[in-house]
Design a protein around this ligand. Structure first.
Ligand code: ZN
Ligand code: ZN
Length: 134
């Protein structure tokens, strides 16, 4: 029984996730903004082994050295991020996960490049210029 399920916009790519996320966070870096098409991107980080994709295989784009973005070839939905800095992890875009409402972000990262009109000061979450360990 999956803890969570995922689907792209067209349904060509689905997933079953058999674990709780290691973390949930909002990223305000320019790459995540571009790839998501939104003001910032929210991710849930899982053990890669806990995420079983079915249907089409996600297409990939190398967005920067050591970073791979996964998306649906058919509808273009952003699906996931994988980076060398997080071996054995896959970071799923929250919009890909059907039960997104039960995955609440715990942090903001890359607030250094946050859009100025976006106000996040009062949500009580920790905020980091880059990553939480920097
Ligand atoms: Zn799709
Ligand atoms: Zn980012």
């Amino acid at each position: 029984m999956a803890n969570y399920t995922g689907s792209c916009l067209c349904g060509a790519i689905t997933a079953e996730i058999i674990a709780e996320p290691k973390w949930v966070g909002n990223c305000h870096c320019p790459s995540c903004r571009r790839v998501s098409g939104a003001a910032f991107a929210t991710y849930a980080g899982f053990d890669a082994a806990a995420v079983k994709f079915s249907g089409d295989t996600p297409n990939t784009h190398k967005s920067s050295p050591g970073a791979i973005r996964h998306f649906c070839n058919e509808c273009g939905s952003s699906i996931a991020f994988e980076g060398e800095a997080w071996p054995e992890e896959i970071h799923l875009h929250i919009g890909f996960i059907k039960e997104a409402d039960s995955l609440k972000p715990e942090t903001h990262v890359y607030t250094k490049t946050k859009l100025e009109w976006l106000h996040i000061d009062e949500d009580g979450l920790p905020k980091f210029d880059k990553f939480s360990d920097q």
